[in-house]
Design a protein around this ligand. Structure first.
Ligand SMILES: [Zn+2]
Length: 287
């Protein structure tokens, strides 16, 4: 499939300020500072990090992580207070969890726009009733949905990295790095192909990443992959000006998914071929 020479992408990071486990001696604030510095080194500012503030009030390290992220010129958005899946709760409970997250966002956003919402697990509703109710609620409360077009489940590598790092198993860490990058390169390409099938064209992209220790370690190499595929960076607001982001697949889904995935599923279109991520080995390595 012939792909665009210069696709565009907005990077986004989920599960701030405490994505995944930390290695011993590491802090949330240091991870946030490192990640923000890597982004700034590539002239990226205003990158959205989607926050769950469930533990923030009781954790000074998490508070400092949020301050550090915003002070570095990055933005924060709403990812619910406690990260429920809309598949598991009612629309009302889900909306209350969004509201419960708002005081922390207002406190840490430094006056910048935090009314962007990222659904946990990309689950937008397992029934049409829930889907439409939450969408209407978000609109009424001034939120825009931060959609995703590119996703390679980067957070699936973090637990394995914690185990291998604790064991100082450098061979295994080498495999983790290599498989992470291969998986990223493949799913970024596949994500672009999915758009050709779903929309008849490539659309400006939103890449989903997580603020984990391992993604922070891998980000410079990941940006090199984006560079090699010809990507140019845009902000989330710039990307979502494209008319594709005004489209609503309006279909219930238990498992959720990226915007192109939702369209492929709703219209029963065929996915491009891909090799699944190495989940078995990620689960078993360094046990
Ligand atoms: Zn999340």
């Amino acid at each position: 499939m012939r792909l665009a020479r210069h696709p565009v992408v907005a990077l986004t990071f989920d599960d701030l300020p405490a994505a995944g486990d930390l290695p011993e001696g590491e802090t949330r604030a240091h991870i946030a500072a490192t990640l923000a510095a890597e982004l700034r080194a590539h002239h990226l500012k205003g990158v959205y990090g989607f926050v769950n503030s469930v533990d923030v009030a009781d954790d000074e390290d998490e508070q400092e992580a949020l301050r550090t992220w915003v002070r570095a010129g990055m933005n924060i958005g709403n990812h619910t207070w406690s990260h429920p899946s809309l598949t598991d709760v009612t629309a009302e409970v889900f909306e209350q969890d969004i509201v419960r997250n708002e005081p922390a966002l207002a406190q840490y956003a430094d006056g910048r726009d935090w009314r962007w919402f990222r659904y946990p697990y990309l689950c937008e509703g397992d029934t049409l009733h829930k889907r439409r109710a939450v969408r209407a609620w978000l609109k009424e409360h001034g939120y825009r949905i931060a959609q995703v077009t590119l996703n390679f489940d980067d957070d699936d590598w973090n637990d394995a990295y914690m185990r291998c790092e604790a064991k100082n198993d450098n061979d295994a860490i080498g495999w983790l790095r290599q498989s992470y990058l291969e998986n990223a390169a493949q799913f970024i390409r596949v994500g672009r192909e999915e758009q050709r099938i779903a929309f008849g064209r490539e659309i400006p992209n939103v890449l989903l990443l997580h603020e984990t220790t391992f993604t922070t370690l891998m980000l410079p190499d990941l940006l090199e992959i984006l560079h090699r595929q010809g990507f140019r960076y845009r902000t989330l607001a710039e990307v979502q000006r494209d008319r594709a982001y005004a489209l609503d697949p309006d279909a219930a889904s238990k498992d959720g998914g990226s915007l192109p995935n939702q369209f492929l599923n709703a219209r029963h279109l065929q996915y491009p071929p891909f090799t699944p991520e190495p989940l078995d080995k990620l689960t078993s390595v360094c046990r």
